[in-house]
Design a protein around this ligand. Structure first.
Ligand SMILES: Nc1ncnc2c1ncn2[C@@H]1O[C@H](COP(=O)(O)OP(=O)(O)O)[C@@H](O)[C@H]1O
Ligand SMILES: [Mg+2]
Length: 248
């Protein structure tokens, strides 16, 4: 679904200097796979997602991305402050020209899935950080992209809210889709090794800037997963230790 070969990105820096932001980076993500990326601050994680989203053009190498434009969920607040919760979730369907009755049904369903039915008429400023990210999840799900790119979406939340959101994301993604191929392909950037191991099928570690993939861990835990139970598994601690060593 995503293939990057020797992908690089440079930006013009001050006084004619060149900032090497990323790569050369090789990456392959299969359809329906949930891949997490961890790496030091400034190593090019956001740049990689922006390239895959088509928001930036590569400087070098090759990048191919499924047939649809991916949807991105950003860190912190990616809601539209001038729209209600309902309006936020409805937005991608309006863009696509979906008829009103269908929009209503789809939005109501997604708001139900993330537990926000009662807040449909609220504005983002009336919501907590966790609720805003639930709106972002519902909006991503209603858009129904093949590829979902998530850039530290829960990074600004407190630990308890973060756990709850991880749980919701897993529920949405694992959903009723028995077959892996029917699931969305997710590329999830996080600075939390715990989060990466709780969510991903695979965890990739990036080097310092310009970021390359320096380690890959296959996460063997069965699905559907319970992000809290997982932490009692001795293997969880071992994998987390391996990842910490690589990040060092
Ligand atoms: N538009 C830009 N112009 C110049 N430099 C940029 C731009 N975007 C990112 N960079 C630089 O590229 C490097 C990687 O940034 P980023 O992808 O945001 O890292 P990360 O998300 O891993 O923290 C940083 O040195 C950053 O300053
Ligand atoms: Mg970033």
């Amino acid at each position: 679904m995503i293939v990057a070969q020797q992908l690089t990105k440079t930006f013009p820096g001050p006084e004619g200097a060149t900032i090497r932001a990323l790569g050369p980076l090789d990456l392959q993500v299969a359809p329906g796979e949930f891949v997490c990326i961890v790496g030091p601050s400034g190593c090019g994680k956001s740049t990689l997602l922006r390239l895959i989203a088509g928001l930036e053009q590569p400087t070098g190498g090759a990048l191919s991305v499924g047939s649809q434009t991916p949807v991105m969920v950003f860190q912190g607040d990616s809601t539209f402050p001038w729209l209600t919760v309902y309006g936020n979730v409805e937005y991608p369907l309006k863009l696509r020209g979906v008829p009103e009755k269908e929009r209503e049904a789809a939005v109501a369903h997604k708001l139900g899935l993330v537990g926000l039915s009662k807040f449909a008429e609220a504005y983002p400023y009336q919501l907590s950080g966790g609720m805003k990210q639930r709106v972002a999840l519902a909006r991503a799900w209603v858009a129904d992209p093949e590829i979902l790119l998530m850039d530290e979406p829960f990074g600004a939340l407190d630990e308890q809210t973060r756990m709850a959101l991880q749980h919701e994301l897993l529920r949405l993604w694992e959903g009723s889709q028995a077959s892996r191929a029917a699931r969305k392909t997710v590329l999830f950037v996080t600075h939390s090794i715990d989060e990466a191991l709780s969510l991903g099928d695979r965890v990739l570690v990036m080097s310092g800037a310009p970021g390359r993939i320096i380690k890959e861990v296959h996460v063997p835990f069965a699905r559907p997963r319970d992000a809290i139970q997982l932490k009692r598994d001795p293997l969880f601690g071992e994998l987390a230790y391996d990842l910490w060593q690589a990040l060092k």
